[in-house]
Design a protein around this ligand. Structure first.
Ligand code: GLY
Length: 370
């Protein structure tokens, strides 16, 4: 049964906020999206677009289940978005390769393969000759590889542009430059009445979705969230022959080849507050790793740098669902390294909760933070 929802305000124009706004608008909700810069200007635009639930989760549990469900939604999500926005979003299903140079790392790959098998994935362990047949550019001393066909990738910058376009076409009112300062309620424990902007302006609304990424922890909310920024830096190279075909993880970096000839080398995981900066040390470390994995990259042109602030929570899980203490307040943040992967499933969950009264998953409830 659908509930009457006159209007929803989404705070945050990253991939999560855009996907939710678009999904709600497709179900005839009047949506306003408040974005302090421009859509995708934060972590979503600076991501690498890897869709790798197993690599990121590392163990069975609710986070892995969420990631697998979201990955399964991707083909249909991409089909819908591309049709709505009339542009391609660079969705590729080339799989992923992990490369180990030492004995410990090789053992780690064998353990990863076992974890893959628990969810029905079939990874292949590759000896050096097989590795180089698959990716001729790899270093000759690579000892073992693990190839999986199940992980995908997407061009996150194109995805954000497409979601922005599709959301506007569905009637979402996207307000760039409108930074939210906090959510207002009708007294303590009362329902949501509006959103206060940095400018001092107040926007009346009964339903708010906080999808502000790393900034969610800085908002003035009835339930303050312990979300903090964790910086990620990426170096963007020009691919050199023999180009990598698939996403490849080495000792301390990942390499993501894009169809336009770029190669993303990422990423740092740094506690640096809200400082968005490219540093010499991170660049050195990422380039050393990239050249270790593919020696020919020593001659690659540096095309640029990307920096984003991932939204992290104390328990490493996202915050998705209604606040039980404040009617009309919903959360969709804390996705840490996985905003792009988790966008389709998060948007479905939030829309189903707001419009169909679907109960939120207790693993991700904001109430766990007291
Ligand atoms: N998802 C990869 C990263 O955050 O670096």
């Amino acid at each position: 049964m659908s509930r009457r929802v006159p209007a929803v305000t989404v705070i945050g124009g990253g991939v999560i906020g855009l996907a939710i706004a678009w999904r709600l608008a497709r179900r005839d909700v009047r949506v306003t999206l408040l974005e302090r810069h421009t859509p995708g200007a934060g972590a979503s635009g600076a991501a690498a677009g890897m869709l790798s639930p197993l690599k990121e989760a590392g163990e069975p549990g609710p986070f892995l289940d969420l990631g697998l469900r979201s990955l399964a939604r991707y083909p249909e999500f991409v089909r819908e978005i591309e049709a709505c926005a009339e542009m391609e979003v660079g969705y590729r299903r080339d799989g992923r390769l992990d490369v180990a140079f030492g004995a410990d790392a090789a053992d780690g790959l064998r353990r990863q393969k076992e974890l893959q098998e628990t969810v029905g994935y079939t990874g292949r362990l590759l000896v050096p000759a097989e590795l180089r047949r698959l990716e001729p550019g790899l270093a000759e001393d690579a000892r073992l590889g693990l190839a999986t066909e199940h992980d995908h990738q997407i061009d996150n910058e194109r995805l954000v542009r497409a979601l922005w376009l599709a959301a506007e076409r569905e009637g979402v009112d996207i307000r760039s430059g409108a930074g939210a300062a906090g959510v207002e309620t009708d007294g303590p424990g009362g329902p949501v009445t509006g959103v206060r902007l940095d400018s001092g302006e107040a926007a009346a609304t009964e339903t708010v979705v906080v999808a502000a990424g790393a900034w969610a922890g800085a908002l003035d909310l009835p339930r303050p969230l312990p979300v903090r920024p964790v910086r990620g830096q990426i170096v963007v190279l020009r691919l050199v022959p023999p180009a990598l075909q698939r996403v490849t993880w080495g000792p301390g970096c990942y390499l993501v080849p894009r169809a336009d000839g770029r190669l993303l080398v990422g990423a740092t995981v740094e506690e640096a507050g809200f400082v968005v900066a490219t540093t010499a040390e991170a660049t050195r470390r990422l380039l050393e790793c990239a050249i270790r994995v593919v020696p020919a990259l020593a001659g690659a042109e540096i095309q640029g740098f990307q920096v984003g602030l991932r939204p992290a929570t104390p328990d490493g899980l996202p915050v998705i669902g209604a606040d039980p203490a404040t009617p009309g307040l919903h959360f969709a943040t804390g996705h840490f390294r996985n905003g792009v992967l988790l966008a389709p499933e998060t948007a479905e969950l939030v829309a189903a909760e707001i419009l169909d009264g679907q109960a939120p998953d207790p693993a991700f409830t904001p109430a766990r933070f007291g």
